[in-house]
Write a protein that binds this ligand. Structure first.
Ligand SMILES: Cc1ncc(COP(=O)(O)O)c(C=O)c1O
Length: 398
């Protein structure tokens, strides 16, 4: 069947594909060390589930306003004010099917054919694909592991053209786990300041998963003059272990939020009514479950990072947030495994999965060839098992 031309440019999500393969192997009884997941291995907090049950019992099962129930939008406004020191009116907030959907709506509402969106590599896999789906052009600014993946402000300045409509910031980052220091954010904000028509997108989905000991800070916190043209994207998936519920949100300029709502009106309407009530409980209820999860992730981060850096051929920056380590394994590329040459990180990931039952995502779709992404949202036993297999793999390379 002939499909739309725009699909020709779109890549399937490699993370979803790899997870599906790892899950199929595990279902077939294989002892997989699954280190590819982009989701907490914790359960949704009990009081959040209880709110969903309550909503069902009350028959809260009808359509809601597309942009979300007023109580939830109000809770998001309060959260942004109290935790992030950012002021938004309720009509500047939209509730979406995950942070992914917030970004999708944004690009659909913002971009005309050929408009450019700047992103820093390594980037989250969906940024370029969503821009392409909206007829836009992703413009990639590289960052370097030696510089802690901090974007160079001069490179950002060079990437901005009259066609640029937005720049995406994502700290803590998927896939690197890097957290941009204030000084770097301030330098980048100074570049943005001289481009008043460019939207600042700050994808704060990993804001709670921080191991720096510092408070979370985004570019809008540091540069008040950028606030009126900043879109904050966030959601419940990572912080509240609610990936399957599909709940995210965005807050930003009224006209943009209105445009995003038009897109959502005609595409999906409201987020599941029960999920919205659960999200309300998550935002307004006890926050201790997050702290317990972050504490455990912190220890796992240490375990994985220490283990990876001891493996010959692996160079790995210490992740300061999120739950990913993103080592450079380019020293393995060109080497031989069981008589076959490894031509890319993709080849390495294939061999690790097929021969050693270790699931790790290759770096290419993150715009970072030569890297692998390991998730530490996995039990310590799984991390130890994965590390042992990686050591065996490295030792057997010739
Ligand atoms: C950087 C980043 N942004 C946004 C999302 C969207 O998550 P969700 O749609 O589950 O809210 C993800 C999920 O992996 C992510 O890694």
């Amino acid at each position: 069947m002939k499909l739309a031309r725009r699909l020709a440019e779109i890549q399937p999500s490699p993370t979803l594909a790899l997870n599906a393969r790892a899950k199929a192997l595990a279902a077939a009884g294989k002892d997989v060390a699954g280190l590819s997941a982009g989701e907490p291995d914790f359960d949704t907090p009990e009081h959040v589930k209880e709110a969903a049950v309550q909503a069902l019992r009350e028959g809260f099962t009808k359509y809601t306003a597309t942009a979300g129930i007023p109580e939830l939008r109000g809770a998001i406004v309060k959260k942004l004010r109290e935790e992030n020191e950012l002021d938004f009116a309720p009509e500047q907030v939209i509730v979406t099917n995950g942070g992914k959907h917030a970004l999708y709506n944004c690009f659909q509402a913002l971009l005309s054919d050929g408009d450019e969106v700047v992103m820093f590599a390594p980037y989250w896999v969906s940024y370029p694909e969503q821009v392409l789906l909206a007829g836009g052009r992703p413009v990639v600014v590289p960052t370097r592991v030696e510089e802690g993946f901090q974007p160079d402000p001069d490179l950002l300045a060079k990437a901005l053209t009259p066609r640029t409509r937005a720049v995406i910031f994502n700290s803590p980052s998927n896939p690197t786990g890097a957290v941009l220091p204030k000084e770097n954010l301030l330098e980048l904000a100074a570049v943005m300041a001289v481009h008043p028509d460019v939207l600042v997108i700050t994808d704060d989905i990993y804001e709670k998963l921080l191991y720096t000991g510092h408070r979370f800070t985004n570019i809008a916190n540091l540069a008040p003059t950028l606030r009126s043209r900043t879109l904050v994207v966030n959601g419940m998936s990572k912080a509240y272990a609610m990936t399957g519920w599909r709940m995210g949100y965005a807050a930003g300029p009224k006209a943009l939020i209105h445009g995003m709502q038009l897109v959502q009106d005609q595409a999906t309407s409201n987020v599941n009514s029960i999920t919205q009530r659960a999200a309300l409980a998550a935002l307004t209820g006890p926050q201790e479950p997050i702290q317990a999860m972050v504490k455990e992730f912190h220890q796992r981060r240490d375990l994985l990072h220490a283990g990876l850096t001891q493996i010959p051929g692996v160079r790995c920056a210490r992740p300061e947030g999120a739950f990913y380590a993103f080592p450079d394994v380019s020293a393995w590329i060109g080497k031989s495994w069981k008589g076959k040459t490894l031509g890319s990180a993709h080849d390495v990931s294939e061999r690790l999965l097929e021969d050693l039952l270790v699931a790790a995502v290759p770096g290419e779709p993150f715009g970072a060839p030569g890297h692998l992404r390991f998730s530490f949202a996995a039990s310590r036993a799984t991390l130890e098992k994965g590390l042992q297999r990686l050591r065996d793999f490295a030792a057997a390379l010739t």
